[in-house]
Design a protein around this ligand. Sequence first.
Ligand code: ZN
Length: 473
Amino acid sequence: MVIPFWDDLTAAVTEHPFTEELAPLLQAGDFKAKQGEVSCVYTRGKEKRVLALGLGKAEKVTCETLRRAFASAMRFAHGKKVKRLAVLVPHTRLVSEETVSSVAEGLVLTNYAFTKLKGEASQKESPTVLVEHLSLIGVKCPEVVEKIQVVAKGIYLVRDWINGNADDITPKMLAELARSLASSTPGLKAHILEKKDLEREKMGLILAVNRASNLDPYLIELSYQGDPSSQDKIALVGKGVTYDTGGLSLKPTDNMLTMKCDMSGGATVLGTVYLAALLKLKVNVTAVVPATENSIGSKSYKLGDVYRSHSGKTVEINNTDAEGRLVLADALSYAIQTLKPTAVVDVATLTGSIIMALGEEMAGLFANDEGLAQDLMGASEKTGEQLWRMPLNPDYKDSLRADFGDLLNTGGRDAGAMKAGLFLQEFVGTTAWAHIDLAGPAYVSRPKHYWPTKATGYGVRLLLEFLERRAHS
Ligand SMILES: [Zn+2]
C-alpha cells in the first residue's frame, strides 16, 4: 500500500491504517517526504510492504509534481516485482478531478514494459503491465480513472508500435494496424492508399524516398467523425518512416541505432484518433500517415536530382537524410487538398537540430496561426508534455533557394529545425498549420518520471487534450 506524505511529515490523507507501523520511520528522520522519495516499511500483516511516498511541499503541488511522485512509487513497486498495489489518493489544494487524474496518470503511464522480444516471452502472451492489480483508494470520481485507463491502452499501443522491430512494423503493417483499429472500433474508418494510388496522385516525394526500399509505401488515413453537424475538421499528419538509414546521405552507425523510432509521429496520430473514437470526442479528425522506409541501394533517390511533389512544386535534394519533410510535404498538400481541414497539425521526429536546441524532454512547436499555437501550448501545460514555441523567420527562407528546383530540401546545419519548418510551410498554403518536432521526447535514452526507456508515447495526451479543447469551442 502506498501512503502519501507532505514534507512536514503529515500524511496527505485523512486517515490510514498504518500509523503505528510508520511511526518509527517518521521519527527516525530518514524519510524527508521530498517529492518522489519512497521508503518501504515491512509489516507482519496482510500488506507485506507499506510505502511512504513523499509529495514535497503541499503549497507547491501541481498535476506534474503528483504524476512524477506517483511514478516513483510505481517504479519502486516494479523493483520489488510487486503484482498488486493499492494507493491512497491524497487530498491536495488542486480540485479533486485533477488530483485523481494526475495520480492515475503517474501510476498507469509508468506501469508498462516492452517484453515482447525477450526469448522467454516469445512463446506466451507477454505482459505489458508489471503491476497487474492497481487500486486507487479514496476516489470520488471513478470515471476519471476509467478515462485514464482507456488513454493508457492507446499509449501502450503506440509505445509497442514504436519499440517493435522495424522488420515487423513495416509500412504495410502500419496500414494493417490502422485497418484493424477501424474494424474493431465504432466510428473509425481507414482509407489506405497503395503505391499505385500514390503514383496516380503524383506524390513524387514519397515515391522518391521509397525507391530504394523493397517494401511498398502507403498513405494511411484513419478518420473519426464525432461531430457530423460541424464543418470543422482537424487533420493530424504523422511522419511514418519505419526505418531511416539516411539513404545515400547514409547515417553513421550510432545515429542509425534508434531509427526504428522514425515512425513515432505516425504512431502518435493513429493512436490519438483511435482514442478520440474510444472516448467519443465531439470532434472530426483524420490521421494521415505517409509510411515508407528510407533505405539505401542502387535505386536510391539521388542528391542533386529534382523531384516533383504532389503540390507541383519541385524539390532539389541536397540531403537524402532529410526525407521526413519530403514525405510530410506530399502528405500535407494531399490532406489539405482532399480533406479541406480547418486546421492541420503535423507531428514528426524531424530533426537532430531540435534535440540540440531542446534536449530529450521537450518538443518544438512551429505554427503559422496564433490560435492553433495557443491551443497546443495550453494543452501541453495541462498534460505536462512540454512544448516550446520556436520561430518561423521568413528571412531564413533564402537558404532553401535551389538552382534547378523550386526548393532545396535542406538549408544547412544552422537553425536546422526552423528551416525544416519553413520547408513544410511551403506546402500548407493559407491553412492554419502547426508542426511539432518531437525528435527529442518521442524516444528517450533512459527512463524519466512516468516515461519508460525508448518509446514514451509523447504527444498522444497532448493531441487528445488539444482535440478536447477544439470540441468544446
Ligand atoms: Zn532522415
